[in-house]
Design a protein around this ligand. Structure first.
Ligand code: GTP
Ligand code: SPV
Ligand code: MN
Length: 589
């Protein structure tokens, strides 16, 4: 097969000349194609059949043990000018980067099939959607891209109509960490990824296109590409508010996106609708509100911790037609991870399970599943115009200081809250886990340009006529002196969302503090929850001294972006810092 679009044909031929595959396969996205791929991977051992009685259509893939997470130190943003990539990215000059990575691609597909994957990020008929083509030699990548994007013939037709697309070239290579790069050329709408077969490194529609390249495009086109879930909260009167929330990797987006309301809420008629669990593209609509789509079609979710008590919707979603990556196995070939009942027998590397080797499932083991398999999946996720966003939420893993919830005073203050976000690192990327680092808007690994320009872009949405969402900051991860989480989290997070929506609707007054508006006494509905008064006080405490130190640290962090930092943001930080210096009684009782 070929394409009607000369530019696409030309590029495919160029890549084939360099990588020298045995054959070329243009993906049409059909069921038959998927079935054939699965059969082939079962034969090569790329996939292992799981128990088809308990998990029909489910398979396990084991990555190379050196290739189980994103590699931030090998991820580059190659803009023409170094300063455009910013201190938040690793940079390499585009010419140098091409030379370096093209050398690796030379002959890399010899004896293998080269797959051409046309895909669309977002509903196929949405003006907010964007298309790309990924060329890969990994059938595992093809199978995952089919679930995670709108892949195949319809996407190719749109690409041929539009005449342009993001080019993504990927080869698994030797899986040698010394010969591995994830490179982005935002000005050329090009991605080149070599030497990893894992998730965000290899499924180029996801982090590489829908966040790094898209954020760069979004800046010049007046929209936002964010690392956010999108969830609809329907109240007993049948009104639905959509909330977009940015939490860093493995910090609770999937869980919040498909939460099950506490029993009392369910009885009263509250419902939750899942639109997206990882990426959100937002654009101002004609009415001044922000409208969002989920550019993805599936979930690439964290397996460990997913259980019937934490996330029953996810567990139901992945009971069939799911690809599991790096999970453990039970004696009867069921997928297993820490948090599930039952006993692991084989660990994620295929060895007999031995606790001395660490967890049975890799902490960053994942499931790939179509969003349509989620019981709370919303048909609005297919709507071309997207959903209007009522609230934007920022949050991270903060063991101390950050209260359960606070609301920004206005958009500028909200942008400061997002920029100041910090979180403990997780297993989603290689490197140390549990280290507190700044991760502005949860985009540290994903913003395709200078953070200073990015903050400025965020600020620019505050214009006359704009009906912007309210901005909040949450912290589900505050710990007590015993090291345990103070807040039960998961489904109970709806209580916090309910307060936010009440604020959006102007139904509760809140309590103004120097750091933002917190729930006033009694505003957070806690009936049916066992939470002591002391714990609640601790969760909503405003430690003025601690906050003074935090604001000082935020100021230093902002200064690290030099003259690209919008002065309005630095002024906002100074405003909050000054409010904190006034003698005041700690607010919440
Ligand atoms: P990425 O897919 O990496 O972007 O991550 P994510 O933000 O979607 O993370 P996910 O929802 O998969 O959560 C990852 C981890 O956070 C799991 O171990 C969860 O059990 C845990 N988690 C999620 N929500 C909560 C919560 O409300 N409280 C607590 N204590 N843990 C949570
Ligand atoms: C993340 O790390 O934020 C993920 C998983 O969502 S990956 O697709 O591997 O980036
Ligand atoms: Mn993510």
């Amino acid at each position: 097969m070929t394409s009607k679009l000369a530019a696409l044909d030309r590029w495919v031929n160029e890549v084939a000349a360099k990588t020298r595959p045995a054959q070329i396969h243009w993906c049409d996205g059909s069921d038959a194609e998927y079935r054939a791929l699965v059969q082939q991977m079962l034969q090569t051992g790329d996939l292992i059949e799981l128990n088809q009685q308990t998990h029909p259509g489910c398979y396990l893939h084991r990555s190379n043990p050196s290739d189980v997470a994103r590699v931030e130190h090998l991820t580059f943003v190659c803009t023409e000018r170094e300063q455009d990539a910013g201190p938040n990215n690793h940079w390499m000059a585009p010419t140098e980067a091409h030379v370096k990575i093209d050398a690796l691609f030379e002959g890399s597909m010899e004896g293998r099939t080269m797959y051409v994957i046309p895909y669309c990020m977002g509903p196929i008929d949405s003006p907010l959607s964007r298309c790309g083509v990924e060329i890969t030699d990994s059938p595992y990548v093809v199978a995952n891209m089919r679930t995670m994007t709108r892949m195949g013939a319809a996407a190719q037709a749109r690409i041929e109509r539009e005449g342009h697309f993001v080019k993504g070239l990927h080869s698994t290579g030797e899986l040698d960490p010394e010969r591995r790069f994830i490179m982005h050329f935002p000005e050329q709408l090009t991605i080149k990824s070599y030497g990893s077969g894992y998730g965000g490194n290899a499924l180029l529609g996801k982090k590489c296109h829908a966040l790094r390249i898209a954020s760069f495009q979004a800046r010049s086109e007046g929209w936002l590409a964010e690392h956010m879930l999108i969830v609809g909260i329907e109240n007993p009167q049948g009104q639905t508010h959509y909330v977009a929330a940015a939490f860093p990797s493995a910090c609770g987006k999937t869980n919040l996106a498909m939460l099950i309301p506490p029993e009392g809420y369910r009885k009263n008629g509250w419902r939750v609708w899942t639109i997206g669990d990882d990426i959100c593209w937002m654009r101002p609509g004609e009415d001044g509100r922000l409208y969002a789509i989920n550019p993805e079609a599936g979930f690439f979710g964290v397996a460990p911790g997913t259980s019937n008590s934490s996330n029953p919707n996810a567990l139901t979603s992945i009971s069939h037609d799911t690809i599991f990556t790096n999970v453990a196995l039970t004696a009867d070939q069921q997928p297993w991870w820490e948090g599930l009942p039952g006993t692991p027998v084989v660990d994620w590397q295929g060895r007999p399970y031995d606790p001395a080797n660490g967890p049975a499932a890799h902490p960053n083991s994942r499931f790939t599943v179509s969003a349509k398999q989620c019981p709370t999946w919303s048909p609005k996720a297919e709507e071309a115009q997207g959903v209007p966003i009522s609230a934007i939420v920022f949050g991270g893993r903060r063991p101390s200081l950050l209260p359960l919830v606070m609301e920004a005073q206005d958009w500028t203050h909200g942008v400061l809250m997002g920029a100041a976000m910090g979180s403990e690192t997780t297993a989603a990327a290689t490197g140390a886990v549990g280290v507190l680092r700044r991760d502005s808007m949860a985009m540290k690994p994903f913003c395709g340009y200078h953070y200073g320009d990015y903050f400025n872009h965020w600020l620019s949405f505050d214009q006359p006529g704009a009906k912007l969402p309210k901005i909040f900051h949450v912290n589900w991860f505050r710990k007590g002196k015993d090291g345990k989480f103070l807040w039960p989290g998961f489904g109970e997070n709806l209580r916090v969302l309910e307060w936010m929506i009440a604020r959006v609707e102007g139904k509760v007054r809140g309590l103004e503090t120097p750091i933002g508006t917190l729930p006033a006494t009694g505003e957070l509905k806690l009936d049916g929850l066992e939470l002591s008064r002391e714990t609640l006080t601790e969760l909503l405490d405003v430690d003025l001294e601690g906050w003074q130190a935090e604001l000082h640290a935020i100021g230093e962090y902002l200064d690290s972006f030099g003259d690209r930092l919008p002065s309005r943001l630095r002024q906002e930080q100074q405003r909050v810092q000054q409010t904190l210096q006034l003698p005041r009684k700690a607010a919440n009782a």
